[in-house]
Every structure is written in structure tokens, then in C-alpha cells.
Design a protein around this ligand. Structure first.
Ligand SMILES: C[S@@+](CC[C@H](N)C(=O)[O-])C[C@H]1O[C@@H](n2cnc3c(N)ncnc32)[C@H](O)[C@@H]1O
Length: 256
């Protein structure tokens, strides 16, 4: 199938899901089922590079995070590591940081991890496609490895735009597909090795088979950037992290 004939992907489609509501339900159940082992598996399967990616993303937005009046939302925050990285980068600034996720079990872990953090993020149970915040509320919205799981990517972008103030920024960190020799080696690991280890340690099959499938389905960087611009973001772009294994999409809400 040529690029031109390729149908536009609306959003994620876990096995067995027949529409957007059942896709979202399946995603929430999947993450809920692996919540107790999520952090361990994340660090193990990424060889701890996930920490580098969260830190790099937080560093990218340090000029917003260190502003005393900054309001920041980390969407699909899971067990909170992206939000904690934002908090650390904000340093002593009284910036208000929120983490939102629709899996109660993932948020419970985030809350438990907050106990040793002096000013932890506020955790909100919410669906990224229907956020309980007024329009124009945030200076920055981030999402790490969560956006790809939305049942409707364009609706997700529109909801992020809605809650951003004019001039506010978005940073979406997610997996990519590296090319060349690195890509070939990575694909063997990602499609063959990772699902097996993930299944073994979590004791649940679905989520770690879903992970490579969802990355394959996710739009390529060029298409995502086009979709961000179509949604209304100005200056949208993508920066490759670690040979393109991951990458950061950035966009800015227009001033007017
Ligand atoms: C792969 S985890 C990423 C967690 C965390 N951001 C990280 O970097 O480790 C994806 C998270 O997205 C959440 N999620 C997926 N779709 C969502 C939606 N529509 N609304 C809110 N959270 C969602 C899941 O519950 C899960 O916790």
C-alpha cells in the first residue's frame, strides 16, 4: 500500500476492540492489570533509558517550569515519572504540576511514590479526551508514552489545545521506529524479546504484545507533525531521541 492509499489512523486499536469506547476501556484495563509491575518492567525493558528521556523532555521545557506562575499538566501520567521529572526540573519554583490518568491503579502508584517528594504533583483521575480543566488553563502539557494509547489522536490534540493558554506549549514523548542497522536490531528486540520478558514478569500477555503493535500503528513523525499543525499548533516539530527509538513532538498554541 502506498503512503497515499494508507488510511488515516484514528487512534489506538487494541486486539478485540470494536470502537473507540471499547478501545479506551481495553487500554485502561491493560494498564490497570500491569500497574504493580509497571515501573520495574519499564526500567528493565528500556535498560533505564526511560529515565534519560523523561529528564531530557523536562529539560527542554525548563524555561516554562522555572516560572513561578507556571501551570503544567502531564497527561497519561501513569505512575508519575514524567511528572516527577518536571517537578525536579522546576526546582524551587512554585510551579503547579498536575498528573492526569484514567487508570486508578496507575495513579495509586504515583501517589505512593509522592510520599518522599517535598511538593509532589497533584494527581487527577481523568480521561485525556475530556479533561476536567477550563480552557486556556495550562502553560505546558506533556505526555510520555501515553498519547499513542488514545482512541482518537486528533481529538487528543484538540483537547490539549483547548486546555493550553495562547502561546502555551505541548511536548509529546513517544516511541518511534529507528531506521538502518540500529532499527533492524531494535525491531528484533522490540517485537520478539520485549513482549516475552514483559509477559513473563507481569504475568499478563496482552499489554506487552500490544506495545509493539501500538507503536507500528502510530503515525510516523512527518504525519504526526502535519496532524499537530492541522489541529492548530504553530511551530510543530519532532526531535529524535536515541537513534529514533523515541522522540519528542513539540508544538505551540497560536497567540491569537
Ligand atoms: C505507557 S503508560 C505511560 C505512563 C507514564 N507517562 C510513563 O512515562 O511511564 C500510558 C498511560 O496512559 C494512560 N492512558 C491511556 N489512555 C488514556 C486516556 N484516554 N486518558 C487518560 N489516561 C490514559 C494509561 O492508563 C497509562 O497509565
Amino acid at each position: 500500500m502506498s503512503e497515499i492509499d494508507k488510511p488515516t489512523v484514528i487512534g489506538t486499536a487494541p486486539e478485540g476492540a470494536s470502537d473507540q469506547a471499547s478501545a479506551a476501556r481495553a487500554v485502561r484495563e491493560m494498564f490497570t492489570s500491569i500497574a504493580p509491575r509497571y515501573d520495574l518492567l519499564n526500567h528493565l525493558l528500556s535498560f533505564n533509558v526511560d529515565r534519560v528521556w523523561w529528564r531530557r523532555t523536562a529539560r527542554t521545557f525548563s524555561y516554562i517550569l522555572t516560572r513561578s506562575d507556571a501551570r503544567v499538566l502531564d497527561l497519561c501520567c501513569g505512575t508519575g515519572d514524567m511528572a516527577f521529572a518536571l517537578r525536579r526540573k522546576a526546582g524551587k519554583s512554585p510551579a503547579r504540576i498536575f498528573g492526569a490518568d484514567f487508570s486508578h491503579a496507575m495513579l495509586q502508584r504515583a501517589r505512593a511514590k509522592s510520599q518522599t517528594v517535598p511538593t509532589p504533583p497533584a494527581w487527577i483521575e481523568a480521561d485525556a479526551l475530556s479533561l476536567p480543566f477550563p480552557a486556556g488553563h495550562f502553560d505546558l502539557v506533556t505526555s510520555a508514552f501515553g498519547f499513542r494509547n488514545l482512541a482518537d489522536y486528533d481529538a487528543g490534540l484538540r483537547e490539549i489545545l483547548r486546555v493550553l493558554r495562547p502561546g502555551g506549549e505541548v511536548g509529546i514523548l513517544d516511541f518511534g521506529e529507528p531506521s538502518g542497522l540500529m532499527g533492524a536490531l531494535y525491531r528484533i528486540y522490540f517485537k520478539q524479546v520485549l513482549p516475552r520478558i514483559g509477559t513473563l514478569i507481569s504475568g499478563v500477555r496482552g499489554p506487552y504484545a500490544y506495545l509493539p503493535a501500538s507503536v507500528l500503528r502510530f503515525p510516523a513523525p512527518d504525519e504526526m507533525v502535519t496532524r499537530m499543525k492541522k489541529a492548530g499548533f504553530a511551530e510543530a516539530d519532532w526531535t529524535s531521541y536515541t537513534f529514533g527509538i523515541a522522540g519528542l513532538y513539540r508544538g505551540k498554541k497560536k497567540l491569537v
